[in-house]
Design a protein around this ligand. Structure first.
Ligand code: GRF
Length: 184
């Protein structure tokens, strides 16, 4: 599941890993909350089925139905900004994953998304950052950590240069984490 503004680069990394690196999984459906999500076009170009489920009263039911109709066994959130309903989380115990562009438990929680994360890392004078793939619990960024990859923070980093370095690690970390979950 991707966000409205999500580029879909993590989604693409997972699709590619599932096709070329022997990841024992396939990406069957990409769900976004709005038609304008750039990731939808990327998914379609790669032959992956897409669905748009906008926010609204029937949101949880519609997402649940789309997952069921497509036989989905694992949900990977990538740039997805909404909280998933408790109902969906309960239907997929230990099968809902998210990626966060910092080394949780630091720099997570409310308001910690996109450039805010990297700004906070730089403001704190950290020498290291990275990314975290974690299970999704009812509280964002608080589910158990599955996997982290690290990278240095360089003295002349801006939020943009740091984000780019972290993103490279994200693209490796997400497929690795999926593999770990599936072989656990
Ligand atoms: C990534 O930085 C991820 O950590 C965060 O949202 C961003 C999504 O990027 N949760 P992309 O759409 O996968 O390129």
């Amino acid at each position: 599941m991707v966000g409205t503004k999500g580029r879909g680069s993590n989604m693409l990394a997972i699709i590619e890993a599932s096709r070329s690196e022997g990841l024992p999984a396939s990406v069957e459906l990409v769900i976004a909350p709005g038609e304008q999500a750039p990731a939808l076009a990327v998914a379609a170009e790669n032959g992956v089925k897409t669905a748009v489920v906008p926010a609204g009263d029937s949101y949880a039911d519609e997402v649940g139905q789309a997952l069921k109709d497509n036989g989905i066994e694992m949900i990977c959130l990538a740039g997805y900004m909404r909280l998933l309903s408790l109902e969906i989380l309960q239907k997929y115990p230990n099968r809902v994953l998210n990626i966060h562009p910092a080394l949780l438990p630091k720099f997570g929680g409310k308001g910690m998304y996109g450039h805010h994360v990297h700004e906070a890392v730089l403001a704190a004078g950290e020498q290291e950052s990275g990314c975290t793939v974690h299970y999704v619990s009812e509280q964002y960024d608080e589910g158990a950590i599955i996997h982290q990859r690290r990278c240095p923070v360089l003295p002349d980093d801006t939020p943009e240069t740091l984000a780019a370095r972290v993103l490279k690690e994200e693209h490796l970390a997400y497929p690795e984490a999926i593999r770990m979950v599936l072989s656990a």
